[in-house]
Design a protein around this ligand. Structure first.
Ligand code: MN
Length: 195
């Protein structure tokens, strides 16, 4: 039991029944230590879970509207419990009655690069201090993105596209590219499969 099992206490606490069908982080993982993903999650309210591998766990935020490639669009991101590394490409249906019940679609995956800050912090230190930038290299979105905490008590952050070559106010990948990067299915198809 290492540091990551301590970080995953809240994750496991919320899934005590063992019936959620989600990865439990009990297997050794070959997920890259610079992996990221967005999971479209049709739970009680639809959102996109942004996950960033960081020191053995996935730092996680729930983004109600998903990422926008328009630098003028600030997207609310609520930090949630750290997830196990092998959650990064999870797709499926979390049964009714379980925490987060609903369909999960792997909307985006790729690798990221932490953009060093003036303070010389690590990503984990930068997250703790409430601001960081990463360069994403995914299948649908890429370029530099900034995350800034706006309310520590409510765990509220803003996810914003930086104004670079990959910024594009005319694109709207959340609505124009809804399918899974894993199964190439729609969220309805993933939901139907489980019936
Ligand atoms: Mn979620």
């Amino acid at each position: 039991m290492g540091k990551s099992s301590e970080k995953l206490k809240e994750y496991h606490e919320k899934r005590k029944s063992g019936k959620s069908g989600e990865p439990m982080g009990d297997k050794s993982s070959d997920v890259a230590d610079n992996a990221f993903s967005f999971q479209k999650h049709d739970a009680s309210t639809l959102h996109y879970d942004f996950r960033l591998a960081c020191e053995g766990v996935l730092k996680s935020w729930s983004v109600p509207k998903g990422p926008s490639t328009d630098p003028e669009e600030k997207r609310l991101a609520i930090q949630t419990e750290d997830h196990p590394m092998d959650y990064i490409d999870f797709e499926g249906v979390i049964p009714e009655g379980e925490y987060g019940a609903g369909t999960v679609l792997l909307w985006e995956k790729g690798i990221y690069e932490f953009i060093p800050n003036k303070e010389g912090q690590s990503l984990s230190e930068a997250i703790d201090s409430g601001h960081f930038k990463v360069r994403l290299d995914g299948e649908k979105i890429s370029g530099a993105w900034a995350m800034t905490r706006i309310n520590e008590d409510k765990k509220e952050w803003l996810l914003v596209k930086m104004d670079d070559d990959e910024a594009d106010a005319r694109r709207n990948p959340v609505s124009t590219e809804p399918k899974s990067v894993k199964s190439h299915k729609t969220i309805e198809e993933i939901a139907d499969e489980q019936d």
